[in-house]
Design a protein around this ligand. Structure first.
Ligand code: 4AD
Ligand code: MG
Length: 461
């Protein structure tokens, strides 16, 4: 049992070394002379063994009927265990059965497939793997806030319902209280003035544009919240609802932005390595044999920088072909990103200066007029984990870019205004929190690192 677990028990303890613990049974063995219960309350991976002697008044009638999944409250004494598999155990002086378990409880003491566990997402956090995922998610969340808070970034709550398409890619879920027929006018067009907000609203794809408002008043801000994309990508790396961390910094160019992104990744990974030792050891043993090495490697090695143009040259020089063709102007596919970090560099890669036609309207156009000051950070096993850029702060260039992207200028008036009223060079990036979770845990499907996944065709719970 790890030291932190003992302190948690002690915090809940009663007088004279006695403790009360509450939780769910992972298993119950009823021997001839006593019963052994494996109790877990989610506070850490290893549960605690509860030993129950037959002299308890409810032993025959209740304790012996306890089984896997029951909720119990145990009062007893924390003692050194004579057994080999744990240092401490609880010698029970009393047990209350708080919640009985029906016979068709689906979690048995065996390995269940992740596909099966997704169908019982209301029970899966009681398994070792999902319990560890949830704890790592919590530790990583705190590490994110810690990184920015200790650097004087202000946490900004960007809206979830929005009028603007922050990425200009049109992959948005519409928010309406009316059915489509009621919006239609005689000419077949929709009249959004009748709708709840009196306009056409969507779920946000990114908090960046509002973060820019924040940065241009408070210097350095970050958002950390849910974002939504209606892209029909049924892959192990895409969700329709995912969490994004988006810092935005004023008086900041791409080079400074990249330095913050690298420090941020390293610090969050290091914090989780320190805070989640037991959970990461479990992932390293059961899920991904190379996990701890790759986490330490990401903390200790400097990412390799290359421009998009350099990356294309490297990919073209590769002897074996890719499924997707490599040519200047085409976006990097996951197989290309993974080749760069897994085989070419064998570590994190920072790719900059992408062609402007494959990137969003808000990125700063380089002097070559062909590329933009964009950055993607790629990690082994994941591919793109961070996407960012220096923002276009020149009013005329931005107006032109919006028009080229076919976006309505009136919708982005306020965004253009920010360039006229004390606009300054500013930059930021977005980290996909679930992609980070994949990297931190070695899990292979993004649906298993968010408590309730939303993907095309599926939004249960
Ligand atoms: O590269 P993206 O689209 O960048 C933005 O949204 C910018 N507004 C960020 C910024 O500069 N403030 O998305 C950022 C990251 C990606 O690198 C990826 O990790 C993650 O968000 N991401 C997804 N994660 C899960 N499911 C999806 N469908 C994702 N789409 C993007
Ligand atoms: Mg991107």
């Amino acid at each position: 049992m790890p030291a932190d677990r003992i302190s948690k028990l002690q915090r809940r303890s009663c007088a004279g070394g006695s403790v009360r613990v509450e939780g769910w049974l992972r298993s119950a063995r009823h021997g001839k002379e006593r019963s052994f219960l494996d109790l877990n309350d989610g506070s850490c991976l290893s549960g605690i063994q509860v030993v129950v002697e037959p002299d308890l008044p409810n032993y025959e009638a209740l304790v012996k009927t306890l089984k896997n999944g029951c909720a119990v409250s145990v009062f007893g004494e924390l003692v050194t265990s004579p057994g080999k598999s744990q240092r401490y155990e609880i010698l029970s002086k009393g047990i209350d059965i708080v919640g009985e378990v029906a016979d068709d409880y689906p979690l048995q003491k065996k390995r269940h497939s992740f596909e099966f566990l997704r169908t019982i997402a209301h029970l899966r956090p009681r398994t070792n793997t999902l319990g560890s995922v949830w704890r790592v998610r919590n530790a990583a969340t705190m590490a994110v806030h810690n990184f920015f808070q200790t650097r004087d970034f202000l946490y900004l709550h960007s809206p979830i319902i929005t009028l603007s398409d922050a990425e200009g890619a049109g992959e948005m879920f519409r928010v309406t209280t009316l059915d489509a027929k009621r919006l239609l006018q005689e000419d077949g067009r929709e009249d959004f003035s009748k709708d709840f907000f009196g306009d056409e609203t969507h779920l946000t794809v990114s908090g960046q544009l509002e973060a820019e408002i924040g940065a241009l008043a408070m210097h350095d801000v970050y958002t950390f919240g849910p974002t939504f994309r209606a892209e029909n990508s049924n892959t192990s790396r895409h969700l329709a609802e995912f969490w994004m961390v988006e810092p935005e910094m004023a008086f900041c160019d791409l080079e400074e932005d990249i330095e913050v992104a690298k420090d941020f990744l390293k610090e969050v990974i290091q914090a989780v390595l320190s805070d989640c030792e037991e959970d990461l050891a479990f992932f390293n043993e059961r899920i991904e044999r190379n996990l701890l090495n790759s986490l330490r490697n990401a903390v200790n090695t400097q990412p390799v920088h290359m421009t998009y143009t350099d990356a294309i040259e490297v990919l073209k020089g590769k002897s074996k072909g890719f499924t997707f063709p490599v040519s200047w102007g085409a976006d990097l596919q996951s197989e290309h990103e993974r080749f760069l970090c897994e085989e070419y560099v064998k570590g994190p890669v920072v790719v900059t200066d992408y062609p402007k036609d494959i990137k969003a309207f808000y990125m700063y156009v380089n002097d070559d007029e062909k590329t933009v000051r964009a950055v993607d950070v790629l990690l082994p096993g994941i591919g793109e984990i961070i996407g960012g850029s220096q923002r276009e702060h020149r009013h005329d260039v931005l107006s032109r870019r919006l028009m080229e992207a076919g976006l309505p200028l009136d919708r982005y008036k306020w965004y253009l205004d920010l360039r006229r009223f004390g606009g300054v060079p500013h930059s930021g990036f977005g980290l996909g929190f679930e992609r980070l979770m994949l990297f931190l845990t070695g899990m292979s499907n993004i649906r298993d690192v968010i408590p309730f996944p939303r993907v095309p065709g599926y939004a249960e719970f």
